[in-house]
Structure formats: C-alpha cells, structure tokens
Design a protein around this ligand. Structure first.
Ligand SMILES: [Zn+2]
Length: 290
C-alpha cells in the first residue's frame, strides 16, 4: 500500500503544487476549489449533481465519446460532496482506464479495487495537502475541528488523512498512529506536533521540488491578457522558447523586435490581436521602457 500511496502522492502534488505556485496561492488560505475548477475547466469536464433513491450513489465519473463528466449526490453533506468530487477528479487525473466509475454507499471491501483506493488517496491529497496541514497544525497549532472546518472535510476524511501520514510518512504502526490521532481529536496536539516536526523537512522539500515550466507560466499570463513581453516573463528572450511556443500553439504568435540597439520579445493571442497591432504594442512598450 505504501507504494500506491507514494505513487499517487507524486502525481497529485506535481500538478497541485505547480498550480499553487503559479497562481501564488497562500498555504494559509488554501481551499481545493481553485484547483478543482481549474482542472475541470482546462480538461472540459462537466460537473453535475444527481439524486438517487436512498442517496445510494455518492459519485459518478463518466468518460466516453460524449465527453467527460463528474457528478455527485445532491443531498449529501458538503464535506462528503467535496471528497466525492476530488475522488472523481482523481479517476481522471490518474488516467484510470474504463469508461465510468460509480461510488456506492455500501462498501464492499473485497470489491474495492486498486483504482478506488488510488482515487481516495488522490482526493485526500487535494483536499488536505501536506504543506497546508503542516501550516495549520504544525505552525498555527489549529485544533482538529478547525482544520476540518477550514478545509471543508469530514471528521472521517481528516482522521484518515492523518492516519495515512503517520503510517506512511512516519512509519508508525496503526495502533500508535491511532493513538496520536485520537489524542489530537481530544485537543492534545503534543504527539502529532512531534511527528510532524520529524517529517517537516520532507514535506517542505516535496513542495520546493515542484516547479512550473515557462510554458505554463506563459499560458497563464496569456489567459489574463492577450499580449505579454519579456518584461512580464524574461524567458521570452530565449529564441528557442519562442519557436517552441509557436510550433506548439497555433493561436500564439511570438516575436522579437529590434530598433537602434533596443530590443523587446513578445507573445500574443492571434485570435485577439493582429500581427500589426501586436507589433505596435511592442514598439510602444519599447519606447516607454527605455
Ligand atoms: Zn471511484
């Protein structure tokens, strides 16, 4: 199980931590909503609600020729819906094959296959990232209930996430991990703080290892404004990078302009600006900047 845990952790955090850095999201204010919305919009995943008798199906993930959709039970508590939404996103992000996944209320353990376990790990990583738990529990000394409330998760979800962290990251046995989590739930955070401090460096290095690529930065800036220059991102000065962008994205133009020893590199959205308009903007910026 520990291998599955780390495999999913790697995949979840490489996308999530990149997103947090790119959008400059504070670990104090973190909420899964921004990442969830970003991924569902970017991948054109429709997010829907459903209602079945006895609320028997908590979530559905469908990926077929009509498109991709995630749906969750309308009458479930928000915390449960949040877990379901991120679980279904997990099936997508982890590239699980099979056209659809259904989450039933009845937990048939013998039928719970690896993909479901992976999607559950994924959901927990997105809702309660380690870097955020370190902030809230380790640095801000928040109680179990306030962490649960701020991250919009159920008691069970936070309990399980802490159990996983203690077992897989601190290598504790189940009994000891349970003891620590139960104490924390009762208001005694002494032991959990001790173990968090032991894995603090590991959590921080997992976070710092992840970097976003210049291409992702460019796409993010292009969404915000349809013209950017090397004054927005210095990577645009690199001719190879400009060429790579032009080859990959038909709707993006990327050029350099030189005049009397001054230069500017720029990229623009061809659907919004004509080549001439973009060049004019570049010339204007060049005059203003020098
Ligand atoms: Zn599932």
């Amino acid at each position: 199980m520990i291998n599955t845990y780390y495999e999913v952790l790697g995949k979840a955090y490489s996308a999530l931590y990149q997103f947090i850095k790119l959008y400059d999201i504070s670990t104090k204010e973190y909420s899964y909503h921004d990442f969830f919305t970003f991924q569902t919009e970017q991948n054109q995943i429709e997010v829907l609600t459903h209602h079945f008798r006895n609320n028997s199906v908590s979530g559905l993930f469908i990926n077929n020729k009509e498109g991709i959709s995630i749906s969750y039970e309308k009458s479930h508590p928000t915390t449960r819906q949040n877990f379901t939404k991120c679980h279904e996103l997990g099936h997508f992000m982890l590239k699980h094959s099979g056209g659809y996944f259904t989450e039933n209320n009845v937990n048939n353990n013998e039928l719970e296959d690896l993909k479901e376990i992976e999607a559950n790990f994924y959901s927990a990583f997105i809702l309660m990232p380690d870097i955020v738990l370190l902030q809230k529990i380790g640095y801000e000394n928040k109680t179990f209930n306030s962490v649960m409330f701020e991250l919009e998760v159920s008691q069970e979800a936070l309990h399980n996430k802490l159990m996983d962290t203690l077992q897989y990251k601190c290598n504790l046995n189940r009994k000891l991990a349970l003891n620590i989590v139960m104490n924390y739930r009762k208001g005694n955070n002494h032991a959990i703080l001790k173990y968090l401090s032991l894995i603090k460096e590991n959590i921080i290095s997992e976070y710092y290892q992840i970097q976003y690529s210049p291409e992702e930065k460019l796409l993010k800036l292009m969404k915000e404004k349809n013209f950017i220059s090397n004054f927005d991102m210095k990577e645009l000065n690199d001719d190879e990078f400009k060429q790579q962008i032009k080859n990959k994205f038909n709707h993006i133009g990327a050029w350099g302009y030189y005049d009397k020893g001054k230069s500017i590199s720029y990229a623009f959205d061809k659907n919004k600006l004509a080549d001439k308009q973009a060049l004019q903007k570049a010339k204007t910026i060049l005059i203003l900047k020098h």
